[in-house]
Each structure stands twice: as C-alpha cells, then as structure tokens.
Design a protein around this ligand. Structure first.
Ligand code: ISC
Length: 400
C-alpha cells in the first residue's frame, strides 16, 4: 500500500484517495461514515454456520489485538441462504479513511467501468419473471405469505475495468455503500462489486442504526414527473404496507438487544440516481455493548426487504420459482472491528465479476396489489445502477 496513505502523522486519508488506490485483488468498502481499504488474507474463516463463523472471527480479532495490532478488522460477504458459502476473513493490512464526501468524489476521474457487451443471458427471462410475480400474487391471495422478494439476474459478457467501475459507482452514489470485495478463493478470482443504498446495520459503541428500504419507483429524467412519482410513492398504501413489514421485522429483531429503540412512525423518501425508495431509520442503544455489529447484522438477516414475510414460506417460494442461485446477492457485506463496531450493507445493486463475465442482480418486493409489468420495470431500473456505471445501459436496453 502506498506510503503516503500509510503516514500516521497525517489525518485519515480521504475516501477519494483510497478509491484511487483500489486495485483488483484488494477490498474496499466506502460509506459516508468511513472508508476502508484492505489487502491480502491473513485468516480465512472455514465454512460453518454463520453464527459460528462470526464468533470465530471475533476470537481471531481479539488475538490480533492482544498481539498489539491497533484496530484489527474482519471483512465479510455472507450469502442470502444460511447454507450457501460465506466469505469472512481477516485481511493482512487495513487502512481506515474518511467517509465519502459528495463534493470531493464529484471530481474523481470517471472513465467507463466496462466495455463491449457480448452475449447476454437473462435468468429468468423477462416473461418468466412476470409469470413468477403472478404466481407469487396467487400464493399471497391463498394466504401462504404476505410478501416475497423476487429477483432476476443478467449474465453479460463484457470487459470490466473494476477500478474505474468502483470509482464511478462511488461518484454516482455518494450517500450509499460502495464496495468491491475480492472473493479470490472462489474459482479463479471473482469480485463482488456494487453500490447498495441500504444499511443493514451500523454499530458505534452502544449506538446501533439500521435503515431498511422497501417500496420503490424508478426515477424519471423529467423533474416534474420525477417529483410526481416520489409524492405518489410516499402516499401509496401498497408500498407503505410493503415497507412496514420490513420496519416491523427490523425493530423486532433489534429490540431484544437494545435498552432504547426509536422507530419513526412514518417512512421518508430516499433517492439514488435510478430509484426512489421508502426508508425508515431505526436507531437504538445497545443493552450489552459486547454484542458485535456482525452478530446484530446476522440477527436481522434476511429482512423482508430481500426475502419476505413470514421468512420461511417466502424463502421456500424463492427457492422453488426464482430459477437461479442468488449466492451473495441479497446477503450482507461489510466489516467488523475487534471492539465490535462495524458497518454492514444489504448486498444489492451489485454484480459478481469474473474475467470477462459479469452477473448483475435485482429484485423487487411483491405484495397484494403488485403489478407484474411494474415489478419487471422496477428490477430493470435497479439493474441500471450497475449498467450505467459500466456504460452498458444503452447497449442492453432491449434485454431489460
Ligand atoms: C432487492 C432489491 O431491493 C430491495 C431494497 C429496496 C427496495 C426494494 C423494493 O422496493 O422492492 C427491495 O426490497 C434490489 O435492489 O435488488
């Protein structure tokens, strides 16, 4: 790592500098709170159930702290399904920097993050996705569950410039969680890269925050129409119901850990360059400050923002109809330090890149009143977060 970045007499490096030092093979996680750039693998946690892996990571962190390391961290990308492979590791070196500043990042170089799309495979096809939504609506009407999140994937042949893609994502999504995680022990160097707008859990000392999102509408380039859509979303009974299911589940999962928990009664609007979302910031004070950010994040996962309500029948339905393996998509991604502090985002608006292939993902929550064509359009708009940063939006317009 560059010595200028490491000089401890200077203030923490700026996010924009850490982003510029990212190279494929390293790992970066950036938010408005802080940025973290890590290299290498010191300890890779063996596959086990996620709670055991988390406990083992904390034990390794305590050892490293006892050995004199100033702020050891564990990095992780944990999958949607509890039985799918997780990646949780202690890096060889970690550098903490400042949070992303929109004004600084606006001047970051931003060459295209991808080029030349080749073959594109949609899993499932757009038609089949709409059929899945119709089936979900029938299951909801039959009382099998109240909400399910159905997703789809685009597998694209394209030349990806990971460093440029990461900078572009951070530049376009300065209030989100931008990440590029090296998954190198998986078949020949893969990178999970994205810009999630959704905070699963942040912990600093006793303070914990979650910012669930659910209920969405695509943005419009026309400012009048864009404002109309935002106002309509805020009023929509269907979207408020879809949102409330997530907030209730997040509050119920956090409450046992907290001596104080604030749950606003009304959602607010949150925007990304492609989407409007309903969001609610849930904040609390931990009862027991030894509970780590990773343990808390796992207690929340999977929220109904990525799975459904109730969890078990929604998960079974996803498994039965979705038609592809989500892997790390709709899991959790972030870091936890030895004192338990950390930040975990929901792994959405992301892609897994491997050589000249990239798999993109997007999902949408289905409740009574959802419309299959609108849900398809919503997933298309969500896919644009990555496609735009790769400059492939117009090349793939027909496939969305
Ligand atoms: C599953 C995704 O979004 C979730 C997060 C925010 C809003 C959502 C919605 O309105 O459906 C989804 O629950 C995705 O972006 O792939």
């Amino acid at each position: 790592m560059n010595d200028i970045l490491r000089d401890s007499s200077l203030a923490a490096p700026r996010a924009v500098d850490l982003l510029q030092h990212y190279q494929p093979g390293s790992t970066l996680f950036a938010s408005s709170r802080q940025t973290l750039l890590a290299e290498g693998v010191d300890t890779l946690l063996p596959q086990a159930d996620h709670a055991s892996m988390a406990a083992e990571a904390m034990a390794h962190l305590a050892e490293r702290r006892a050995a004199g390391e100033r702020r050891p961290v564990a990095l992780g990308a944990l999958p949607f399904r509890p039985d799918a492979p997780a990646r949780l590791w202690l890096p060889r070196t970690t550098l903490f920097g400042q949070g992303v500043e929109a004004a600084e990042i606006a001047h970051a170089p931003a060459q295209p993050g991808g080029r030349r799309a080749g073959t594109v495979t949609a899993l499932p096809s757009p038609q089949r996705y709409q059929d899945n939504v119709t089936r979900a609506l029938a299951a909801i009407a039959a009382g099998e569950f109240e909400k399910v999140v159905l997703s789809r994937s685009l597998q694209v042949e394209a030349q990806i410039d990971l460093a440029a893609l990461l900078q572009r994502l951070a530049r376009r999504n300065p209030i989100g969680y931008t990440f590029a995680f090296d998954l190198a022990d998986r078949p020949a160097s893969r990178t999970l890269i994205g810009a999630s707008p959704e905070l699963l859990l942040a912990r600093r000392g006793r303070r914990v925050v979650s910012h669930p999102l659910a209920g969405s509408i695509p943005r419009s380039a026309d400012p009048v129409e864009d404002a109309r859509r935002a106002a309509g979303l805020l009023r929509s009974a269907k979207d408020r119901h879809e949102h409330a299911l997530v907030v209730d589940a997040v509050a119920a999962a956090l409450r046992p850990f907290c001596r104080e928990l604030t749950v606003p009664a009304e959602p607010t609007l949150l925007s990304t360059p492609t989407m409007w979302h309903l969001g609610t910031e849930v904040a609390g004070q931990l009862d027991d400050p030894t509970v780590s950010s990773l343990q808390l994040a796992l207690a929340l996962h999977p929220t109904p923002a990525v799975c459904g309500h109730p969890t078990a029948p929604a998960r079974d339905f996803i498994q039965a109809v979705e038609g592809f393996d989500r892997g790390l998509f709709t899991g959790l991604i972030g870091w936890c330090s030895d004192d338990g502090d950390g930040e975990w985002a929901v792994t959405i608006r992301c892609a897994e890149a491997h050589k000249d292939r990239v798999s993109l993902y997007a999902g949408a929550g289905i409740v009574a009143g959802s419309d299959p064509a609108l849900e398809l359009a919503e997933t298309a708009a969500k896919l644009r977060t990555m496609l735009n940063a790769m400059d492939l939006e117009s090349a793939l317009e027909q496939q969305l």
